[in-house]
Design a protein around this ligand. Structure first.
Ligand SMILES: *Cc1c(COP(=O)(O)O)cnc(C)c1O
Length: 365
């Protein structure tokens, strides 16, 4: 059993992917090719976002959003204390300061209340993460932002394909960033990412990602080189066609895990208004090291997303959030465990994970 079986996915779509890749190789258009523009149109249609700009990875997509919003040196941006490192890393890269907000104990997500507690006079915006594939309460977060004069960006690196209150991830805020890293719900065969949002802001992101170029040979600002290449774009176009079925399968697997394990441990909460893209199926266990190694011995791989709250990372020491602001993040970091999750987990594998988990957690069989 694999934690994320990209080989099985390739075998399922092999003829389509091989054909698409061969056609790009024959075309000679490797950067800014027609597949990139076509992918951008298809991504916008999928999520409903007004405009899309593909780029080289999800981290750059976040950086481009922050740039487009005019973030300045010394500004503060609120980020979750419990997320992948890159969320806060890009705030620092943009010259600003991350301020860490705690998470909700049930959903692992930031809330309007936890965000409000982290606002200071220097706060300019909120970079909220749709962690593990589930969107936070963006209606409440946008209301708070409006009241306090802040912008909101969604870090949708894990949540492309998710919905909340009928609104798709990447279309709930003025700007959003996603990642096509291979193991994300919609992944390519290398690095990739995209910025979604209002046309004028996405245009700023596009210029930033292409050396600040505003016209042929004209550079209005010092940007970066961050482009999605045509090979990745054509692979993503194939996978996007199969994505709705993959999302449905992920959701079936998550439901089966939760039904099987709900009685023996605390399973992920899924509020009725949420459709998760199930980037990860992450639950809490006491005694995590013992559970992990017992599962490993039975051939079941697991991962820990994430072992440390961000405010305790050495890289962020100078932004020093006191521990008492983020107690739920600290607790989650010591208890979370992610189970195998991808669209090709078989029914037998799901049942085996559930059976072995139950044995390990209850000490019985
Ligand atoms: C993966 C991820 C990123 C970074 O995406 P890359 O494509 O790896 O640069 C940012 N934020 C979150 C929450 C992620 O999971």
């Amino acid at each position: 059993m694999q934690f994320c079986d990209l080989g099985a996915q390739y075998r399922a779509y092999q003829s389509e992917i091989d054909e698409a890749v061969a056609s790009v190789l024959a075309s000679g258009a490797f950067i800014h090719g027609p597949d990139v523009a076509a992918l951008e149109t298809e991504l916008a249609a999928f999520s409903g976002a007004p405009a899309v700009c593909a780029c080289a990875n999800g981290s750059d997509a976040i950086l481009a959003c922050l740039h487009a919003l005019g973030l300045e040196m010394g500004d503060e941006v609120i980020v979750p204390d419990f997320t992948f490192f890159a969320t806060a890393e890009m705030v620092v890269r943009a010259g600003a300061r991350p301020a860490f907000a705690d998470i909700d104990a049930q959903t692992f997500l930031v809330t309007p209340q936890s965000i409000e507690a982290a606002i200071t006079p220097r706060t300019r915006g909120i970079l909220a993460v749709s962690l593990f594939g589930q969107m936070p309460d963006f209606v409440g977060i946008r209301e708070l932002a409006e009241r306090r004069g802040l912008w909101v960006v969604e870090d949708a690196a894990q949540s492309f394909g998710a919905k909340r209150d009928g609104v798709a991830s990447t279309n709930a805020t003025v700007l959003a960033a996603t990642s096509f890293y291979p193991s994300k719900p919609l992944g390519c065969y290398g690095d990739g990412g995209a910025v979604f949002g209002e046309e004028s802001l996405v245009e700023k992101a596009r210029i930033f990602c292409n050396h600040g170029q505003t016209g042929r040979g004209l550079h209005g600002l010092a940007g970066i080189n961050s482009r999605l290449d045509s090979l990745q774009a054509t692979i993503l176009r194939v996978k996007l066609r199969h994505f709705p079925q993959e999302l449905a399968r992920r959701s079936e697997i998550a439901t089966a895990y939760s039904q099987g394990l709900g009685a023996v441990t605390s399973v992920p909460a899924l509020p009725a208004e949420c459709a998760s893209s199930w980037a990860q199926y992450t639950l809490r266990v006491k005694d995590r090291d013992r559970v992990r190694s017992a599962l490993f011995d039975q051939g079941i791989p697991t991962m820990v997303h994430y072992p440390s709250p961000l405010h305790r990372q050495a890289a962020f020491a100078e932004f020093g959030n006191p521990d008492d602001l983020c107690p739920q993040s600290i607790r989650a970091a010591s208890e979370v465990l992610s189970l195998p999750m991808h669209a090709f987990v078989s029914q037998e594998e799901v049942e085996r994970v559930v059976d072995v988990m139950k044995q390990v957690l209850t000490g019985r069989d």
